[in-house]
Design a protein around this ligand. Structure first.
Ligand SMILES: C[S@@+](CC[C@H](N)C(=O)[O-])C[C@H]1O[C@@H](n2cnc3c(N)ncnc32)[C@H](O)[C@@H]1O
Length: 300
């Protein structure tokens, strides 16, 4: 993380941090993940100060953590940054605890340096549809003709991010974030050529999302083995990202369109549906899956 002090001030467009959560977990980097609360927060404030220094005016900062820590970190960061959103990422992360509510979301804090972000283009999401018949799960009734053909507006509650369980996508034993989450953040708050910073790289999900979306990136990690081996073969991530891109900024996913056709549901012109046949045909898609040459730097 000492890499952070080498990053020039006000050069970063998007900073993302997913630090250890101080839950007493074992990391291959052998860090102490069971600090006293005050020590953990003091450590977080150190790297947060550096992140704040490196971000450009209008640049964005995303902090991913447990609500308990983000409450404190958000209060600290908003002394020098402007709060935009507390995004709820719906995901269960522990077992039910007696006398507590079942923890079922992570907090994703979104702050910006200055009054407003210089880059902000949130993805649109497909209409939530029934897996079997392709029908809408909500009744859009009289508004069907007014719906944006690129999908519904992104809210600050994200319920469509699957945890990384599938062996195909699992890049390390634990802690790897879903590519879909990082693609959404990178797409929203950076442009092709922007500089993306992540001081806690882990398995490299941020770097992969940045790389394949044509962003420059810089980051650090104490144990870079997982990220390095991931970059040695990016094909599975490219295929995964194409699938993610093909199913965003559209009104219906490819799967629901298929089901709708099969079940005779209207592919109504009223919806003005436009379906990209692949990510590459989507003019919104900035994916550079076809280009080669790594565009970032990883420090250990
Ligand atoms: C929650 S994980 C990040 C996972 C990552 N977002 C991913 O998708 O794979 C936190 C990471 O921070 C790393 N780490 C902890 N202290 C660090 C430090 N001082 N400098 C760099 N990396 C650190 C740990 O080794 C761990 O891999």
């Amino acid at each position: 993380m000492s890499m952070l002090s080498d990053v020039a001030s006000e050069t970063v467009d998007l900073a993302f941090a997913d630090p250890p959560f101080n839950l007493g977990k074992a990391y291959s980097s052998k860090i102490n993940d069971a600090l006293h609360e005050e020590d953990y927060l003091a450590w977080c404030r150190q790297w947060l100060d550096e992140i704040i220094r490196t971000v450009k005016p209008g640049g964005s900062v995303f902090l991913y953590n447990l609500p308990k820590w983000n409450l404190q970190l958000g209060a600290y960061a908003s002394r020098s940054l402007t709060f935009r959103h507390w995004i709820t990422v719906d995901m269960k992360y522990s077992l039910p605890i007696q006398n507590r509510l079942y923890p079922a979301h992570y907090s994703l804090l979104y702050l910006v340096k200055g009054d407003r972000p210089s880059i902000f283009h949130p993805d649109r999401l497909p209409v939530p549809s029934c897996r079997h018949c392709g029908g809408e799960q909500r009744d859009y009734g009289g508004y069907k003709d007014k719906m944006n053909p690129k999908g519904v507006s992104l809210t600050d509650v994200w319920t469509d991010i699957p945890p990384v369980r599938h062996a195909k996508y699992k890049k390390r034993a634990a802690n790897a974030l879903p590519l879909k989450l990082m693609d959404r953040i990178v797409s929203m708050a950076s442009d092709p050529g922007s500089l993306v910073l992540d001081p806690f790289g882990g398995s490299g999900t941020t770097f992969v999302a940045a790389e394949l979306n044509g962003r420059r990136w810089v980051g650090s990690e104490l144990d870079c083995a997982d990220a390095i081996s991931r970059f040695e073969d990016l094909e599975p991530d490219k295929a995964h990202l194409s699938e993610i891109h093909a199913n965003k900024n559209v009104l219906f996913t490819e799967a629901s369109l298929k089901a709708r056709k099969k079940n005779g549901k209207p592919l109504s012109d009223k919806y003005r549906v436009q379906v990209p046949t692949s990510a590459a045909d989507n003019p919104e898609c900035t994916c550079t899956s076809c280009s080669s040459g790594v565009q970032g730097q990883l420090f250990s």
